[in-house]
Design a binder for this molecule. Sequence first.
Ligand code: ATP
Ligand code: MG
Length: 392
Amino acid sequence: MRCAIVHYHEIALKGRNRKHFEERLVGNIRWMLKDLGVKCVENPRSRIHVLLPDEIPDQTIINRLTRIFGIANFSLAHGLPLDLAHPDLGTLSQAVIESIRSEAFATFRVSVKRADKRLTLTSMEVARDVGTAVCDATGKNVSLKDPDLTVYLELLSKKAYYSIRKIQGPGGMPLGVSGKVACLISGGIDSPVAAYRMMKRGSRAIFVHFSGRPLVSRASEEKVRELVQLLTAYQYKSKLYVIPFGEIQRDIVASAPAPYRVVLYRRLMIRIAQELAKKEHCWGLVTGESLGQVASQTPENLTVIEAVAELPLLRPLIGMDKLEISDQAEQIGSFAISIEPDQDCCSLFTPSHPSTKAKLEDILRIEQMFDINTLVKQGLNNAELSQFTFPQ
Ligand code: ATP
Ligand code: MG
């Protein structure tokens, strides 16, 4: 009998939210393991038990569970039948000893959780009994403070589970408890990290990318597709809207003063993304902007960009520096994809001296030279939708 024992942080769960959080996490685990043949996911007090069919390799389970937000840590455990009135600690000890035979360690301890108080032994008694048996069989010593290896025992009403490794989960909140957001994704380093951070707080993501097509090749789009596929492992289904933006940019270049181009592009991107966001029932827009990183990310320009947003404009990386963002990108696995060379729409017609201090009244005046509604409609009409699934 194999089982994953999943723990979640309870600090995040206050009052009425708790039940909602737990139900969502159980539902997500069930859904995200369904294709592997996992059927039984239970939630006995403050942990989740996932019964695992024998044929699924450990590594497959680990790959899945380390990508389910809301999981603080988990262990892969084996189980034996337990009789509360006559617990058979001899058989349990023997199984534990077998499972640690190939482990390298000098010291160990046994940690016992007893879920059913009808058990005739206390946690301490069980720990002492099993610990002594392990000492006798292996010649290793107990260290309660700083052991090399910990044997975890969970004693339930009908089963005893044992495991020796706790694996870190991704933390955060279960996907879906914080609604849906639309992420502007560029193929650079920042925006995939921004999307990840919102997903980790429980928001499902849809993705919007502006490509330089028809004026550049598809390079940035290919990168974005790879990035979206990578992030789809955390939510199992993603939508990506790709909007050919080259012609719209050409229109802006033809009439607007060069230093203001980038802010004008961004404001158009926000307008177009926002219409898609509304259609998809998203409550916010997400960008990878971080304060001061480039000319378009000064306080003045961020303010002017934000002014066009009707939905909350979320910038989860605003206070992070490039190194912190890059580290996080490495952890997620997006860094290697993001640094591949490409040409995206932002490298088109980039002015050599962009304005770092756009004024809203100037921008509004310049925008009057354009038929903004028509440009937005043109973007929306040409948007191409792709669906991603995990596994592919
Ligand atoms: P990134 O590393 O995400 O490309 P960046 O540091 O290059 O960000 P900018 O180019 O100023 O910064 O882009 C700021 C944000 O605007 C991006 O993080 C992204 O959310 C959005 N954005 C920029 N270009 C595009 C694009 N072509 N398609 C969709 N969103 C974009
Ligand atoms: Mg960029």
